[in-house]
Design a protein around this ligand. Structure first.
Ligand code: ARG
Length: 743
């Protein structure tokens, strides 16, 4: 074998080795370094880091948008403001429009065949990232590990505020200074936010949420989890509130859509807004999650789901009103069940202990290091020990007390509105303020059912009383235990009968005769104040500052201990890139999962008696006739979903899966069951991103919905032309026949 060939093989071996570990990491889009770039090119990227993020020229980042401040991600797919995201990201908006128009778009789907049929969505925003700037030096100037924690916090807050204020360009931009690596680095994010956003199309739930909660967080998957929106702007292409005269927004960049399909090993990159991960969580934190936090969340949610479902099953109108709330509760109910399982099965506790042992040794090996980092882990352990007795009460407070029955947050928000509107001096409500309150009340009971809400309140509060020690309950329980003799039902009877916030009627009666005294005596208002006050003060006397300090030192030390390791920061709703490739996996001993699913699986799963597995007649007909309209693969199969080894989490929903040429090949929408502990520890062998294949999306739009108007707007790529820009050394073209010669 000649030397050139040996070199090539070495390089191939190296590339595939690095491919295995390349998949962990949600890299800040502006910070792709040499190491990242080499790995990306090794995996098949034909673009440069500058093609991905560039503040002077249009780049991929200009096609990626943040939905509702981090709830989800979406991407621009035409030069006319057309946006693609997940069905589950627009789910709440679709529900609201369905109720407003008395037309069940969740069940039936919705398509605008012309722009004037698109429906404006209220309270929905889309943000474009203008730029990112490292402001660590300025934020942390003169601060070191001896600075008292309170001073540090005050300085950081003050400087961040100044930076944010001076970067808005007279209010044109929204700005944030975000902490990275637990307060070790700070970056300024500058956004342009649009609020005239309209619904363009969504498939029926039987496609967009096919498989329902049974298939959620699982592979193999057959869900067409997509929907389409459009951004409108003023005559200058700038953000503006909804107006008839607004025009479709022209983005700086939109993604070409590749109809060429995916194959195992293909380069795959996902850009988006992952919300939060805990990759540096300590063994103490892992133990607390497994033993206390996760089970508490799951048991309350379990009860919430059963209670809601019993009412939703009775009445289709109630089902529609609560569809989105139910899906949200169910999503993280299942998530925490899976996370606990994964943490145990993969012995994440043990993995973390190993890291901590090494860290302590490293810290102790040098006097100066010992001084700075030596007590970080001890401080952390003390913090967890101090919080352990209260974890369950804390979770119940949030899950049952604050976000259980809707009346609680309604009372909190609207009660505060009433309080602010009152004119203390004139001792009355000014007419304009009263009109504002009235308007606020008008929309707010359209997705609320008093019977369901009351049942939910009684059930979760009864559970609360049973499972939480009396000295850890909010003060309002003194009233329930005293005046109502511990009978939650009696308290609820009175509260829902009399409270201003229990229904539209009561609220209107209050507006007709508003008095501050009525508010102060209101049981729902008292309840809300009590739970929120406790949530704010917290339980026990665990030193929350010690948490921040210990993690900041631990993460800083860890990075100094392994200077050659490329650590990525935890997700924090800022724009990240994850790169990897299309990959299958082995979920358990002797089991193998293919990396694609096809139309066949849709019919295999069909079950007309189960609402989660209904196949719409039109879709069934197209599949049976194999009428795939040119969107099938070379074998004639219609690919529905596929897997990649990218590193994503909640908030990434709706993110584009992009190939080596920067073209859209899929839409990320989920993670897989075997790696549900992935937010805490990434598992390269097991962790996969589940995406809907863009060809299935095109097929549904074109063949199922007949919305060819939307397809025509896109730049479809139907022929492979690989543009090789400055090929890296690893990219030296390898002839096919070279590979079998490896010996
Ligand atoms: N697990 C998905 C995520 O967190 C949400 C899927 C929504 N579908 C559902 N059946 N609840 O992004």
């Amino acid at each position: 074998m000649n030397t050139m060939k040996k070199l090539l093989i070495l390089l191939i071996a190296f590339t595939s080795f690095s491919a295995v570990k390349a998949n962990e990491g949600m890299w800040l889009v502006s910070l792709l370094n040499k190491m990242n770039e080499a790995e990306m090119k090794g995996l098949g990227l034909n673009l440069s880091a500058q093609d991905i993020y560039d503040i002077n020229n249009a780049s991929l980042k200009d096609a990626i948008v943040r939905l509702n401040y981090g709830q989800c991600t979406a991407e621009m797919i035409s030069d006319q403001g057309l946006v693609l995201t997940n069905h589950h990201c627009a789910y709440d908006a679709i529900q609201t429009l369905a109720i407003q128009n008395g037309d069940d778009y969740l069940t039936k789907g919705f398509w605008a065949y012309e722009k004037n049929q698109e429906m404006p969505i209220t309270d929905f925003v889309v943000s474009f990232l203008e730029r990112i700037e490292d402001v660590s030096a300025r934020v942390l100037e003169g601060i070191d590990h001896t600075t008292p924690e309170a001073d540090r916090a005050a300085l950081i807050a003050e400087r961040s505020k100044a930076i944010m204020e001076e970067s808005t360009n007279d209010g044109m931009y929204e700005t944030e200074v975000k902490s990275f690596f637990y307060g070790n680095e700070f970056y300024l994010m500058v956004y342009k936010t649009f609020s005239d956003v309209r619904l363009v199309g969504n498939p029926p739930e039987a496609i967009g949420k096919f498989g329902g909660d049974t298939d959620n967080w699982m592979w193999p998957r057959h869900t067409g989890d997509f929907s389409m929106l459009r951004i409108y702007a003023d005559a200058n292409n700038n953000p503006a509130g909804y107006s008839d005269s607004n025009k479709p927004y022209a983005p700086k960049h939109h993604l070409p859509v590749s109809a060429l399909g995916v194959e195992e090993g293909d380069y795959a990159m996902i850009m988006g807004y992952p919300g939060s991960t805990d990759r540096y969580l300590s063994s103490f934190g892992v133990k607390q999650a497994i033993d206390l936090a996760n089970p508490a969340v799951v048991e309350v949610r379990d009860l919430k789901l059963k209670t809601m479902k019993s009412h939703m099953d009775e009445d289709p109108q109630v089902r529609l009103m609560y569809a989105s709330k139910y899906a949200g509760v169910a999503n993280y109910w299942k998530y925490f069940i899976g996370q606990t399982k994964g943490l145990k099965r993969l012995n994440v506790f043990g993995q973390k202990q190993d890291i901590e042992r090494d860290f302590q040794q490293w810290a102790n090996a040098d006097e100066k290091r010992k001084d700075k980092y030596g007590s970080a882990l001890k401080m952390m352990e003390d913090y967890y020990n101090a919080t352990t007795p209260y974890v369950k009460a804390d979770k119940y407070l949030l899950e049952a007390g604050i976000t259980g029955a809707d009346i609680v947050l309604k009372a909190w928000r609207m009660g505060n509105g009433i309080q602010i509107s009152y004119d203390d001096e004139a001792k009355q409500f000014p007419a304009d303020k009263l009109a504002g309150l009235k308007a606020q009340g008008e929309g707010s009971y359209s997705e609320y059912n008093e019977m369901l809400d009351k049942d939910l309140f009684v059930k979760v509060m009864t559970m609360y009383m049973k499972n939480i020690p009396p000295d850890q309950m909010p003060d309002i329980f003194k009233t329930i235990n005293g005046k109502y003799k511990g009978n939650v039902q009696k308290f609820a009877d009175k509260m829902y009968d009399k409270s201003i916030f229990a229904n539209q009627e009561n609220f209107d009666a209050f507006i007709a005769k508003p008095k501050m005294k009525t508010l102060s005596k209101d049981l729902a208002w008292q309840f809300a104040n009590s739970v929120i006050a406790l949530y704010r003060t917290g339980f026990g006397d665990a030193d929350a500052v010690a948490y921040d300090q210990s993690y900041r030192l631990f993460v800083d030390g860890l990075r100094k201990m392994n200077p050659s390791k490329n650590y990525s920061p935890d997700a924090n709703s800022t724009m990240r890139v994850t790169y990897g490739s299309v990959q299958d996996y082995f979920p358990a001993d002797a089991k193998h999962y293919d990396y694609i699913t096809t139309h066949k699986g849709i019919l295999e799963k069909e079950d007309p008696s189960n609402p989660e597995f209904i196949v719409p007649g039109k879709l069934k007909e197209l599949i049976e006739k194999e009428d795939f309209g040119g969107y099938a693969d070379a074998n004639g199969d219609l690919i529905v979903c596929f897997l990649t080894d990218n590193d994503i989490t909640g908030g990434n929903s709706g993110s584009p899966v992009i190939n080596g040429d920067g073209h859209l090949i899929g839409l990320a929408f989920d993670g897989n069951w075997e790696a549900m502990s992935g937010d805490i520890a990434f598992e390269p062998e097991l962790q996969r991103t589940i995406s809907v294949d863009i060809r299935y999306v095109l097929f549904i739009i074109d063949k199922f919905a007949g919305a060819t108007n939307l397809i025509e707007e896109m730049d479809l790529v139907t022929e492979r032309k690989t543009v090789l820009k400055e090929p890296a050394l690893e990219m030296a073209p390898v002839e096919d026949e070279d590979i079998p010669m490896m010996d």
